[in-house]
Structure formats: C-alpha cells, structure tokens
Design a protein around this ligand. Structure first.
Ligand SMILES: [Zn+2]
Ligand SMILES: [Zn+2]
Ligand SMILES: [Zn+2]
Ligand SMILES: [Zn+2]
Length: 421
C-alpha cells in the first residue's frame, strides 16, 4: 500500500507561507477557510494547507482528515478540479461531497465497530476516547445508538486490530485526555466519566464510587491535582487493571446473579449449580460485598459503595499478578520470538465460539500468551501442565480458528510451559 505522504503534502498555514512563498497560501485567510487542498498536476501531488491558529487540536485533526478524505474519496479527480470550492460546483454537489467526507472522517476517527465493542458509551466518553469535539462526539453517539447499523465485512478486522486498545488502552486514554486539554483539567467531563484513587492510583470507572474497588481506600471528593502545562508528571499516572473477558468468566444464573464460568484460581469448570465455592480449591464462585451481599464485578477486591472486602477479592490480585507474569514473559533463549499481536483477540474468539462451547480449552487458555518464531510457527505459553495438555488436545480445532480470524497460517502450533510464581 502507498503511504499517504507519498502523494500528499500537508502544511500548516504559517509554514506554507515560507514553503510556498506566498503571503496567504491558497487564500486561506482571505476566504476564512479552515483548510484547502490543491492538486498539482505537474507532480501528481496534493497539497493541503490548514489554518494552525484556528482552535483546538480536536478541530485541527478533523480539518486535516477532512481534506485527506476529499482526496482519498477521489472528489478532486471525479470533478476534474484542482481544488474544491463552492464556486466551482453546484451547491448541491458541494453539499453531497461535504457530507460524504465528514462521514469518512467520523468513521476514521471513531470506528463504529470499535465503539460498539466498548458497550454503551456516553457522548463525553466518546469525545475523550477518540479525541474529537463535543459536536462530533454527540453526532456519533446518535448515529451509533439511535440509528440502525449495517455491519460491513471489515468490522471484525477493525475490532481485532483495535483489540489491545479496546481491552487495555481505553481507560488510560480517557484519563490522559482529561489532563491534556491544553494542560487544563477537563473538569466537567471528568466529573461524570471517571476518577482516580489517590492511594493506589487505580482508574475508577464509576465516578460515583465512594471506595476504591482495588485497595478499598476512601476516594476523596477532590481526587485530581491540576497539572500545569502539558506535562503529565508522575503524580498523574493512572493504573488500569487487567480486563477480564466477561463471557469467559461470568455466566448468568437465572438472570439474577452472576458467577464465574470457571474457577479463576484452579481453572476448574465443573462448578456445581448451587455451589458457592469451587469444590477443588475453595475459591468463591460469586463476587459480592461481604457486608451488603450485592454482586460486584470480578476485578473488585473491595465494595465501591461501602468499602468492605469482596468475597473473591483476595483471588483477583493473584490473577492479576499471574496474568501480568504471563503477558510480560519474554523468552531468554530465543530473542527472535515475536509476540503474536492478536492473541488476546483469538482467546476471545475461541471463548465465544460455538465450536468450543463448554470446552475445557477455554479456561486452559485463560493464562496464556503466544509468540511467533522466524517461520511463523505459533508458540503458546502457559503455566500449568493441565492447561498445556488441554491445548495440545485441541490443537487442530484451535488452528482453524487462528487461520480464519488471525491472518496467520502456522504450520506448527506448540505449547511451552513457563513458571509464573
Ligand atoms: Zn470539504
Ligand atoms: Zn485504591
Ligand atoms: Zn478452584
Ligand atoms: Zn458493600
């Protein structure tokens, strides 16, 4: 694929004045335009000049992508013009091109399948996650949640390619965007989106939580310190905890109470209908507040409303450490092992695939990571012999899913046992 920079030159107005040796490049200021693209026929190159004094980063990003949209969608070529101006086209044609281009930008910056895989988001959250203006995020919100959506054949790939961001990067992005708005703390947004525990620096998804779900500390009513300038200091770190794929671990029991689909400690999945504990290791199969007995998410070690310990709480930190050890493991002998970037997505595909429903390979894959060697063979690492055996037993079936969704065709899939404790 061609690189955009091979045929598009993008310049801020102030720089274009020198480069193009013009007082007002492309008459941007004279016509009060945010940006304009021009096709230079002599070198088959498009030039974009955008106003770099016109406002926020969000708006500038949008403006530049809007111009790129016109070029990639072929608007200049289709109409045989060197630049798109209201003057050269009928108002109706111009309007159609504008709508099409803004649609492109909205989809580029905020891909619908990515938003959908994040569950129900508020317009504020959309703005913070994708770095767009209030207006753009609100329009997108309406389009995603209030209008029918026909999936495209690219949706699955988009979700796969953004899976790491969806499962790991989102909270970090929200928190840092709150602080990076010209270095000014984005109070009105943060107030209804999230906060941070000052004791353990965990990102708190529920801004109404009174106690930290991770360490149980009282969350102060003024959790943020104003950062000055654009620098995010060490004080502004936010810690996010591993995302536990719900379908792999939770299932609805009569729709009223949730419980783990398998024991997160010993991976036993033969959990009795009415049992409260794993019959092998004694881990609680529900996560609830030990005082109020209300259901809590699996990653809560403490109750956010009263601060009491959660029934499964002590297990979660063990899970987190074990996951961390697996995911940060690098092979000391074979430095050319490349971490397989879509493995977490593959695990989700396998856990939710009908072909694997109820299979013991789903818990077996819970504590795993995967690498590719020089010959594109897949090496799955895990920390228990029983999990390794289960993966080997299902190797052919796993390979079919990996080939179908993973963009690789490994000829060998092997399992390597590592130590995490
Ligand atoms: Zn336009
Ligand atoms: Zn905390
Ligand atoms: Zn157990
Ligand atoms: Zn409680």
């Amino acid at each position: 694929m061609e690189d955009l920079s091979d045929f598009i030159v993008c310049l801020p107005w102030s720089k274009a004045r020198e480069v193009l040796n013009s007082d007002d490049p492309f008459h941007l200021h004279e016509t009060k335009a945010d940006a304009r693209s021009i096709k230079r026929r002599d070198c088959d190159t498009y030039f974009i000049v955008y106003d770099d004094y016109s406002g926020s980063v969000e708006r500038t990003n949008w403006t530049i992508l809007h111009e790129i949209g016109h070029i990639l969608l072929g608007h200049l070529d289709d109409f045989g013009v060197t630049s798109l101006d209201r003057g050269g086209l009928t108002p109706k044609a111009y309007g159609v091109l504008e709508v099409e281009t803004n649609w492109f930008v909205a989809e580029f910056l905020m891909p619908t399948p990515v938003i959908q895989s994040l569950g129900r988001l508020s317009a504020d959250k959309i703005a913070l996650i994708f770095g767009v203006s209030d207006e753009a995020s609100y329009k997108k919100y309406e389009r995603v949640y209030e209008k029918p959506y026909v999936p495209t054949k690219y949706d699955e790939k988009l979700v796969r390619n953004f899976y790491r961001f969806i499962t790991k990067g989102v909270f970090d992005t929200i928190y840092h965007r709150i602080h990076s708005f010209f270095g000014i703390f984005w109070t009105h947004r943060a107030d209804n989106v999230c906060c941070r525990c000052n004791a353990c620096k965990s990102y708190i998804r529920d801004p109404r939580a009174k106690y930290c779900f991770h360490c149980g500390s009282l969350i102060k009513s003024e959790p943020y310190v104003f950062p000055m300038g654009n620098n995010i200091s060490n004080d502004d770190i936010v810690i996010t905890h591993p995302f536990i794929p719900h379908r792999a671990t939770w299932e609805d029991k009569n729709g009223d109470r949730s419980r783990v689909g398998f024991c997160p400690n010993c991976l036993n999945q033969e959990l009795e209908e009415d049992a409260d504990y794993c019959s092998i290791c004694g881990t609680s199969v529900h996560n609830e507040c030990t005082v109020e007995h209300i259901d809590l998410p699996l990653d809560s070690s403490f109750c956010p409303s009263c601060g009491a310990p959660a029934s499964i709480g002590n297990v979660y930190s063990g899970m987190e450490n074990r996951l961390h050890a697996i995911e940060s493991w690098t092979c000391p002998q074979f430095e050319d092992y490349l971490e397989y970037e879509h493995w977490q997505y593959m695990k989700m595909k396998i856990a939710t695939s009908a072909a694997f429903y109820g299979s013991a390979v789903i818990p077996a894959l819970f504590y795993t990571n995967a690498f590719l060697d020089d010959d594109d063979n897949l090496i799955i690492i895990t920390d228990t012999q029983s999990a390794a055996d289960e993966i080997i037993k299902n190797r052919d079936k796993l390979m079919r899913i990996i080939e179908r969704y993973g963009s690789i065709e490994p000829s060998i899939v092997s399992v390597k046992l590592i130590e995490t404790t």
